[in-house]
Write a protein that binds this ligand. Structure first.
Ligand code: FAD
Length: 347
């Protein structure tokens, strides 16, 4: 043949690459893709390299269309946005979403399917994986190779490197705090990314009966979302009451921070459990994490130890939180918070 001898190797490498195609199941709100899903695009980039990324968005109405346009322009490797327009997908019900992903995967034959490790991703992806008969890999914090991943185990006390050896698709949830948050700075100008409708006649009566959407209760707050706030102020059992948490809220307002809590504070009924940080709560990695009256139990550290700067205020000098703190203050929080409130400038 006319081909040089190394061409077969090159073409094998090319065909392996060609088979990498990633589907990111994304979330959106108010017409934009959620920050956690933007981080999933960054994770997908680590797998896709020069290959393409497809995005799946579901819901209905104008906000869905707007979010699709946002997704199309949010990363240069995104080659297609798939839009599933159905009222049932407006709510994060695992049954319908799993059937959608199953059907989109059957059609698209992606090598990887991923979502952020949010309540949505943790709910939907395992069910979709079961329908596709594969084992999902959860909480990925690093992508070494397209099928080699790092994930925390034992509440973050050890990191495990896993190689996926199952059939396609390789399904995973990624920890958004471990991947960069892409802002629209990427060079996407001059590209037209197709936005295609997907078939939404795939839902079975049987599965739709399994769960029903009742309502969304969320606190109306102007404070940033705990998951992506730059500053988090957390209160533990040391706060002693729901009333005292108001002090912390005032501090959060001054700092433009989100409020977090330990499980002990949640269990005592001081704050709702959506504020819980830790192994069984939210994983956060803000620029600044301030812990007031928090002992630093291992299950709490699992949710915040990756914060850039940790400040701990505790009256017990032996509290384990001081072992992870960059700045520690052995003091009574009921003295410290009022003083901070007084000395910090108005926003
Ligand atoms: P404590 O451990 O009671 O600490 C209170 C601290 O406040 C003490 O250090 C005390 O010195 C200090 N303090 C008291 N008064 C003052 C004051 N006036 N001024 C200054 N300091 C003061 N916990 C989580 O947070 N998140 C989780 O996701 C989570 N998941 C868990 C999962 C499992 C399976 C299990 C078993 C436990 C989990 N926990 C979790 C619970 C965890 O083990 C701890 O019980 C909890 O984190 C303790 O919360 P705390 O620090 O608020 O309370």
């Amino acid at each position: 043949s006319n081909f040089p001898i190394f061409s077969s190797t090159a073409s094998i490498a090319w065909s392996i690459r060609r088979f990498i195609s990633t589907l990111v199941v994304a979330e959106h709100e108010g017409g934009v893709v959620k920050p956690s899903s933007l981080s999933a695009f960054a994770a997908a980039e680590a797998i896709a390299k020069e290959n393409s990324i497809s995005v799946l968005l579901g819901g209905s109405g104008e906000t869905l269309q707007k979010a699709a346009a946002h997704a199309a322009s949010s990363h240069p490797l995104i080659s297609e946005v798939l839009v599933a327009d159905a009222e049932i997908l407006a709510h994060p019900l695992a049954e319908s979403w799993a059937e959608l992903i199953h059907s989109v995967q059957k059609k698209g034959g992606y090598s990887h399917v991923m979502s952020a490790s949010t309540s949505f991703g943790k709910n939907v992806l395992p069910r979709a994986a079961a329908l596709l008969d594969v084992s999902p890999i959860t909480d990925v914090i690093e992508i070494r190779e397209p099928r080699v991943f790092v994930r925390p185990i034992y509440a973050g006390n050890a990191l495990s490197t896993v190689r996926y050896s199952g059939q396609d698709p390789c399904m995973m949830t990624i920890r958004s705090t471990s991947f960069p948050l892409l802002v629209n700075s990427t060079n996407t100008e001059g590209r037209t990314v197709p936005i295609n409708q997907v078939d939404v006649s795939v839902f079975s009566e049987e599965s739709l009966k399994k769960s029903r959407w009742l309502k969304l209760t969320s606190q109306d707050t102007e404070r940033p979302d705990l998951g992506n706030a730059r500053v988090v102020v957390t209160g533990g059992r040391g706060l002693k009451s729901a009333e005292n948490f108001k002090l912390l809220e005032k501090l959060a307002e001054k700092l433009g921070a989100a409020v977090g809590a330990t499980r002990a504070a949640v269990d005592a009924g001081f704050v709702p459990n959506e504020l819980q940080v830790g192994q069984t709560g939210k994983i956060v990695a803000p620029e600044l994490y301030m812990a007031f009256g928090v002992s630093g139990a291992i299950q709490h550290l699992a949710g915040m130890r990756d914060s850039k700067v940790i400040v701990a205020i505790n009256k017990d000098a032996d509290a384990p939180i001081f072992q992870v703190a960059d700045y520690g203050l052995v003091a009574d929080l009921f003295d410290v918070i009022p003083e901070l409130l007084e000395k910090l400038p108005e926003k």
